[in-house]
Design a binder for this molecule. Structure first.
Ligand code: G3H
Ligand code: 13P
Ligand code: ZN
Length: 358
C-alpha cells in the first residue's frame, strides 16, 4: 500500500470514532516495532519525525526506511508526518522528502522557544497549508503553547519547547480563537494546548482537571465538531516502565503522564491523533539497561535491540487497542495524494473536515 495523507486517515478515524497514536521514530528499530505492532492488530500507522529526528537519521534514511516499511507491510496504510515543523522551509523539505503530512508549529517562532503572536501563527500556518494542499499533503497546526499548568513552564529537555514562564491563557487553547484559526488557515488537524507538556515530567501527581484540561478539548470540539484535534505530550509515563529503568541503575523520580482514560475521553470528543514519544523511549531504555546490567559481558548491539524492539512493539499494540485503531487498516482504501490535491483544489476538503469515505 502506498503512503497516504494524514487527512485521509483522520477522516476515516472520525467517521468510525477512533483515535490514532502517532509514534515518533528515529531509527530502523523503532519503525519496525511500530509496523510489527500494527500488523498484529491490523491498525493504520502514523510515523512521525521531528526536526531532530530528521537530522539524527537523515531524510534519505527515513525516506528509504519508510519505503521499506511500505514494501514489507503492504496491508497497512502509513502516514509519514513531520512533527513540529518550525517554518516554511522545514515543512517544504519534509514534503520534498516524501512526507505526506507536516505540522507547522506556529505557536513558537523558528527558534522553537519563543511564543508567537496569533497573527504570525495564522499567516505562516496558512502559507504552509496552501503549499501542502497543492501537493495533496496534509497540515497540522498548533494553537496555544504546550506546557505545564502546574508550573507554567514548557519543557526544554528535547530542545523544543517554550522558554520562560507562560500565562494560563498561553497554556490553554481558546475555543473561539481555535474556530477562527481553523477557518483562516485551512489546517486539516489542530493541536491543542491543555496542560500536557512533552517529556517524562508532566505532572507531580495523578492529574486532575485543574492541570489536564480535557474540558478545553470538549469546548473546542463543541465549536468545531468536524475538526480533527491532536493531543501532544500524550505519553502516559507508565510506572512499570519507570520501575524497569530504576531497577537497572536508572534514576527517574516519581512522575505522572496523561492517563489513557483521559485520552479515551478526548477521543470521544474529536481527538484523532495522539502523539507519543516518551513512552517509547522509556520502553527501549529500560531494556537497554536490563541487558547491560544482567549481561555485563554482552557486546552485540542486537542483544540490546531485540528486547527493546519487543518492548516498544508491546506498547504500540496496547495503544492501538486502547484508542480503537485495531482492525481499521484493512478497512482503508488508499487515496493517492494527486487525488487529495484535486479535492483540495475543488474545495471538497474544507477546514471543517468533510468526511472522505473509503
Ligand atoms: O516534540 C517532541 C518529540 O518528543 C520529539 O523529540 O525533538 O527529541 O526528537 P525530539
Ligand atoms: P511525549 O513526550 O508525551 O511522548 O509527547 C510527544 C509529542 O508530543 C511529540 O510531538
Ligand atoms: Zn509535540
Amino acid at each position: 500500500m502506498a503512503l497516504i495523507s494524514l487527512r485521509q486517515l483522520l477522516d476515516h478515524a472520525a467517521e468510525h470514532g477512533y483515535g490514532l497514536p502517532a509514534f515518533n521514530v528515529n531509527s530502523m528499530e523503532q519503525i519496525l516495532s511500530v509496523m510489527e505492532a500494527a500488523r498484529k492488530v491490523d491498525a493504520p500507522v502514523i510515523l512521525q519525525a521531528s526536526r531532530s529526528a530528521r537530522s539524527y537519521a537523515t531524510d534519505a534514511m527515513l525516506r528509504h526506511m519508510v519505503q521499506a516499511a511500505v514494501e514489507l507491510y503492504p496491508g497497512i496504510p502509513i502516514v509519514l508526518h513531520h512533527d513540529h515543523g518550525n517554518g516554511v522551509e522545514s515543512c517544504r523539505s519534509a514534503m520534498e522528502n516524501g512526507f505526506t503530512s507536516v505540522m507547522m508549529d506556529g505557536s513558537l517562532e523558528e527558534d522553537g522557544k519563543t511564543p508567537t503572536a496569533y497573527a504570525y501563527n495564522v499567516r505562516i500556518t496558512a502559507k504552509v497549508a496552501e503549499l501542502a494542499h497543492t501537493a495533496g499533503a496534509s497540515v497540522e497546526g498548533e494553537l496555544g503553547c504546550l506546557g505545564s499548568l502546574e508550573t507554567g513552564f514548557g519543557e526544554a529537555e528535547d530542545g523544543h519547547g517554550a522558554e520562560g514562564k507562560l500565562t494560563h491563557e498561553q497554556l490553554l487553547t481558546d475555543p473561539e480563537q481555535a474556530r477562527d484559526f481553523v477557518l483562516a488557515t485551512k489546517v486539516d488537524a489542530l493541536a491543542v494546548a491543555i496542560g500536557a507538556s512533552h517529556g517524562a515530567y508532566k505532572f507531580t501527581r495523578p492529574p486532575t482537571s485543574e492541570v489536564l484540561a480535557i474540558h478545553v478539548v470538549k469546548a473546542i470540539h463543541a465549536l468545531l465538531p468536524n475538526t480533527h484535534l491532536v493531543m501532544h505530550g500524550s505519553s502516559t509515563v507508565p510506572e512499570e516502565l519507570r520501575d524497569i529503568i530504576n531497577a537497572f541503575g536508572g534514576d527517574m523520580p516519581p512522575t505522572w503522564g496523561v492517563p489513557v482514560a483521559e485520552i479515551q475521553e478526548g477521543i470521544k470528543h474529536g481527538v484523532r491523533k495522539v502523539n507519543i514519544d516518551t513512552d517509547g523511549r522509556m520502553a527501549i531504555t529500560g531494556q537497554f539497561r536490563k541487558v547491560a546490567m544482567e549481561k555485563p559481558g554482552e557486546f552485540d548491539p542486537r542483544a540490546f535491540m531485540k528486547p527493546a524492539r519487543a518492548a516498544l512493539e508491546a506498547l504500540c499494540v496496547q495503544r492501538y487497542e486502547e484508542f480503537g485503531a485495531a482492525g481499521m487498516a484493512s478497512r482503508i482504501r488508499p487515496i493517492p495524494l494527486s487525488e487529495m490535491a484535486a479535492r483540495y483544489a475543488s474545495g471538497t476538503l474544507d477546514p471543517q473536515g468533510t468526511v472522505v469515505t473509503g
